[in-house]
Design a protein around this ligand. Structure first.
Ligand SMILES: Nc1ncnc2c1ncn2[C@@H]1O[C@H](COP(=O)(O)OP(=O)(O)O)[C@@H](O)[C@H]1O
Ligand SMILES: [Mg+2]
Length: 366
């Protein structure tokens, strides 16, 4: 008998079957896309650590936007992104018109709309801004807005800085345009400190973090049940606690558990134990190690000074003492690590490890 297809999606950038949580945020964004105009959410930054669900959110929002009359150009911040925005926008506009064509534009053919009149297809006719203006004009004539999404914000990419500068003009010119960007906290804050990109400081910043346990539970259950299995209550609780509110971890736990269950229809606690164990290793490889590689020596020294507290909360005063540094020095690293979603500060003067398995990984490493 064939095994039923595994419905979990532990792959970066892959849309999950059920999007867990994020309801309030999505509502805000949806409202902005519906009303348009000066809503500050039309220029939004999604910020969070690796695996938190930024890319998925960008692609979800882009596909929702189509319902409200926006076409989207989805790109990654890398050399060539400006050309890519033009190409993707054209492509999206073409397919939007094809889809809407029958209902709204009965007498006009797609090629009449987007073929002959769209000179921006000729790369020699004007610079990027000129060609974008032409594209935006044409879209506007048909009541369509352009949403640009930029993933993996990279503050060292000059094209991104140029883009931000030009985008500012589109906003000033009152164009029907929206921009959603996503990136790791350190990269976003570096971008915002660039003078040329300073207008982005006014963008709505959305910190993505843990998803509520109840939302994770609902998403687990729906994903499982829509794919022909069920899960026992205590097994579900176990899965939720293993996921620990982390989007990527949730998919890993689900995926590995589904593997452990094999052909059986009911997921039991034992299956989740086995699944969570392999998920933990995947998570360390995919997230924890990579995050540690990106930390500075000072960041790592700070984390090391937290270790003697055994993974429970650490007092900043103790950390300073162990590092042999002043409170001010320590505060700098605390802020950096907080920003990166590595630690959390739930009580005054104290910090805890925020990223799952980070403490365990560091224990094993030293
Ligand atoms: N809201 C969510 N609910 C459930 N799974 C999610 C959610 N957001 C992301 N995921 C899953 O988490 C993983 C990481 O998502 P991704 O968007 O690539 O993260 P990021 O871009 O922040 O590194 C993927 O496996 C994806 O399927
Ligand atoms: Mg991503």
């Amino acid at each position: 008998m064939a095994l039923s297809p595994n419905p979990f999606t532990p792959t970066f950038g892959k849309r999950p079957h059920v999007l867990a949580g994020r309801n309030d945020l999505l509502q805000e964004i949806e409202y902005a896309l519906r009303t348009g105009g000066g809503d500050p959410n039309l220029c939004s930054l999604f910020v969070g650590s690796r695996g938190v669900g930024k890319t998925v959110l960008l692609s979800y929002v882009a596909s929702e936007a189509a319902k409200y009359g926006w076409v989207s150009a989805n790109v990654t911040a890398r050399p060539g992104m400006l050309e890519d925005i033009l190409e993707r926008a054209t492509e999206a506009a073409d397919s939007y018109v094809k889809a809407q064509g029958r209902a709204r534009l009965t007498s006009i053919t797609v090629s009449a709309l987007f073929g002959a009149t769209w000179e921006y297809r000729d790369p020699k006719s004007g610079n990027w801004r000129t060609r974008m203006n032409r594209l935006l004009d044409t879209l506007e004539e048909h009541g369509i807005g352009l949403l640009i999404t930029v993933d993996e914000v990279d503050p060292t990419l000059s094209e991104l800085i140029d883009f931000a500068a030009v985008y500012q003009h589109f906003v000033r010119e009152d164009r029907r345009i929206a921009l959603f960007m996503a990136g790791l906290p350190a990269n976003v804050s570096a971008l915002l400190s660039d003078k040329t990109a300073s207008f982005l400081r006014r963008a709505a910043q959305h910190q993505l973090g843990r998803i509520e346990d109840e939302d994770v539970a609902v998403a687990f259950r729906e994903t499982i049940e829509s794919s022909g299995k069920t899960i026992e209550d205590d097994a579900l609780n176990e899965a939720v606690s293993a996921a620990d509110g982390f989007a990527y971890m949730m998919q890993l736990v689900g995926f590995r558990t589904w593997q452990a269950v094999g052909e059986r229809d009911v997921i039991e606690k034992e299956d989740v134990f086995r699944g969570a164990k392999s998920a933990r290793n995947d998570f360390i490889d995919g997230v924890v190690k990579k995050t540690c590689e990106e930390l500075s020596d000072g960041d790592l020294a700070f984390l090391e000074a937290m270790m003697p507290d055994g993974g429970a909360s650490s007092k900043l005063a103790d950390i300073a003492k162990r590092m042999g540094k002043t409170a001010n020095y320590v505060r700098v690293y605390k802020t950096r690590l907080l920003e990166q979603g590595v630690i959390a500060a739930r009580r005054r003067g104290e910090v805890t490890f925020e990223m799952p398995w980070l403490y365990e990984y560091l224990v094993e490493k030293v």
